[in-house]
Design a protein around this ligand. Structure first.
Ligand code: C5P
Length: 289
């Protein structure tokens, strides 16, 4: 067999804090990350021509080495010493793009996991994470997934207790928000509020979804330009439906909420889909490697 299929799960930030800025321009992050069951399907077929392609159901994504999935395959095969080999990747994309849900990062991580099995290279999870960091700051988390406390650029991963089973509704409004712009806005101001990351991880440790949901916070929300007023409107709508907590994920524009009742969550999804275009029901997922 020279083909393999793999699922690439979306990530959410239960919390996102920025603790400082490094001389290289990257920011020191502190984030509680969570994998959910919304996923892309990835099929990888090796070729002997050294060709790297990435086709998908989304016509606007690059199909060559500029696609992070193809770049991941290229990096992996180089590290595995398989010069001359290439990979043709076909992706069924479901994770919204430019949403703060790690869609591209998760595709890249899935390619690393899948090629590790397909080629028998036998790299450790740590080695796959190190390769992932060359591709993007969120890729190392996506390699193993589950629940984790991420620091550094996002690549230093520490244990966090798993988010217990709950109903998650994710809403992606029609607009997207530029990641570099949001980081610049944070650089230009003094953040007054920070998430209670320790309280959040303690709530996870105690197994309380409600206590964890209540402590979700993302510092980027404090610097959002006025034109993104829909982010707070979506959060208000979620709270009106009885959400336990709601927050923007990453640099947005997706916003999610945690519910303790599946019927209410489904009602919220339907209402928000009608108002804002896209909304999904999801469940937490544990480690994938
Ligand atoms: O590493 P990645 O390519 O995912 O990062 C995208 C952009 O996000 C970077 O160019 C940088 O502007 C910003 N970033 C940052 N600090 C981080 C992670 C990302 O400033 N820890």
């Amino acid at each position: 067999m020279n083909s393999i299929v793999e699922k690439a799960y979306a990530k959410l930030n239960l919390s996102l804090d920025i603790r400082g800025r490094h001389p290289d321009g990257y920011h020191e992050m502190l984030m509680v990350m969570q994998t959910i069951d919304l996923c892309d399907d990835i099929k990888i077929t090796l070729n002997d021509e050294g060709r790297f392609t990435a086709a998908s159901n989304l016509g606007f994504l690059p199909t060559d080495g500029r696609n992070i999935a193809a770049a991941a395959a290229e990096l992996f095969l180089k590290e595995a010493g398989m010069e001359g080999a290439g990979a043709d990747i076909v992706m069924q994309k479901r994770i919204p793009v430019c949403a703060g849900m790690g869609g591209g990062s998760s595709d890249a991580a899935a390619v690393l996991r899948a090629l590790n099995r397909l080629t028998g290279a036998g790299f450790s999870a740590e080695k796959l994470e190190a390769m992932g960091l060359e591709l993007g700051s969120d890729v190392p988390f996506c390699v193993r997934g589950g629940t984790a406390l991420a620091s550094g650029r996002g690549e230093k991963l520490a244990h966090a207790a798993p988010l217990p089973d709950c109903d998650i509704v994710v809403c992606k409004p029609r607009f997207s928000i530029s990641t570099p712009t949001l980081f610049r806005l944070v650089d230009g101001c003094k953040l007054r509020y920070h998430p209670d990351t320790r309280g959040l991880t303690a709530a996870l440790e105690s197994g309380s979804v409600a206590d964890a949901a209540r402590r979700m916070y993302n510092v980027f929300e404090a610097v959002l330009p006025r034109r993104y007023v829909d982010i707070s409107a979506i959060k208000s709508a979620f709270m009106d439906f009885g959400a336990l907590g709601t927050v923007m994920t990453g640099t947005g524009s997706a916003v999610f909420a945690i519910f303790d009742n599946t019927d209410t969550a489904a009602q919220a999804r339907d209402a928000l889909r009608e108002r804002y275009g896209t909304a999904y029901l999801a469940k937490p997922v544990g480690k994938v490697l």
